[in-house]
Design a protein around this ligand. Sequence first.
Ligand SMILES: Cc1cc2nc3c(=O)[nH]c(=O)nc-3n(C[C@H](O)[C@H](O)[C@H](O)COP(=O)(O)OP(=O)(O)OC[C@H]3O[C@@H](n4cnc5c(N)ncnc54)[C@H](O)[C@@H]3O)c2cc1C
Length: 404
Amino acid sequence: MTPSPSTVAVIGAGPAGLMAAERLAQAGLRVVLHERMPSVARKFLMAGRGGLNLTHSEPPAPFLNRYDAAAQGRIRDWLDALSPADLIEWVEGLGQPTFVGSSGRVFPKAMKTSPLLRAWLARLEELGVEIRTRSRWTGWQGEALTFDTPEGERIERPDAVILALGGASWAKLGSDAAWVPALEGAGAEVADFRPANVGFDVSWSPLFRERFAGTPLKGIALTHGDRTVRGEAMIAAYGIEGGGVYALSAGLREAVERDGSTMLTLDLRPDLDIEALTQRLSKPRGKDSLSNWLRKAARLDSTAVALLREGGPLSADPAQLAARIKGLALTLTDVQGLSRAISSAGGVALDAVDERLMLKARPGVFAAGEMLDWEAPTGGYLLQASFASGVVAAEGVRAWLDGR
Ligand SMILES: Cc1cc2nc3c(=O)[nH]c(=O)nc-3n(C[C@H](O)[C@H](O)[C@H](O)COP(=O)(O)OP(=O)(O)OC[C@H]3O[C@@H](n4cnc5c(N)ncnc54)[C@H](O)[C@@H]3O)c2cc1C
């Protein structure tokens, strides 16, 4: 008689859990995937609203550098297990062609999650993965797992477990970090969750807020401390958000938390040096209003001009004007909360798991995805690491089961 396959409980049906489930089922294991929400992958679907930036096309070294320094050693191994090229091949294998956008970011041509997710779920069904929605993991009872389900409490005793419970942002999509006490109780260190890829408060004048909230600042450079990034930002009613801000958000968040506020400097014309800009601004203004003339001479749009005016009265002196355009200082007074953040920093300490992502305090239990303590800017790095860590955890489970 052939022995029945081992059963693995994968808990959390986001990108990390679904990827782990696929790999385990392909290896012939019986997989039960538990998801607390009524449907799977809600955050993954939400990511599709912005086009679904799956990964990035940049070379391996700068790619790895996008992650926080403390996590890079681990993430290098994850990217070896599932590289950006592997991820693209996998997406295309699900019938979703991809393309590289002008910024080097990689998207599915469909620019949304739903067709990819549909094909993926069909594959998982074919592989025999059992998906149980409305099944919320609540902790352990001895060695057994406990779940809150519409039929009441369920107790399961799988041979191995992968936790892929997500971070703590956008809790309404499912990842609410309610699991933290259970893991701490099991002896795993969990770093406090903090908002990442998040906007910051700026006290705009009521007029500016009313007229310009929701308008973008394109093709700018943003500087905080010794870091400068090119990108765009978005004026929000509460302050400022968008890709360029997110790229700096780890340092900005730490400075605001430490000092109560911090300065973000915008260069509204990064392609012109200050001398060239001063020269342009030295041309006679004629009958134009200052705003119109700035629009023409410095090629600034109306949001940028209004933003310059937010910083106080504008000098008519070309050199001073050029300096303001290339070094517009904004005081950030607070960080938006976790409910508005694209991702979160914090989570299960990387020291609490071994290189196969098994909890040192709980053999046979693995963790993957954003619930681990790493962070990265937007640009596809979040999904790439979530998928890749799902692969590592699945391989870890196989090796552990083989070794038993
Ligand atoms: C608006 C938005 C846009 C984004 N856009 C992008 C993008 O374009 N590119 C990119 O790289 N990243 C993007 N992200 C981030 C990306 O979606 C996440 O990093 C990724 O989904 C994390 O995957 P995960 O599987 O670790 O966690 P999640 O996707 O959060 O999945 C975790 C799952 O676990 C479930 N769960 C939690 N607790 C329990 C429990 N106790 N029992 C059972 N189930 C539980 C949750 O309901 C959830 O379904 C975006 C995020 C947001 C919010």
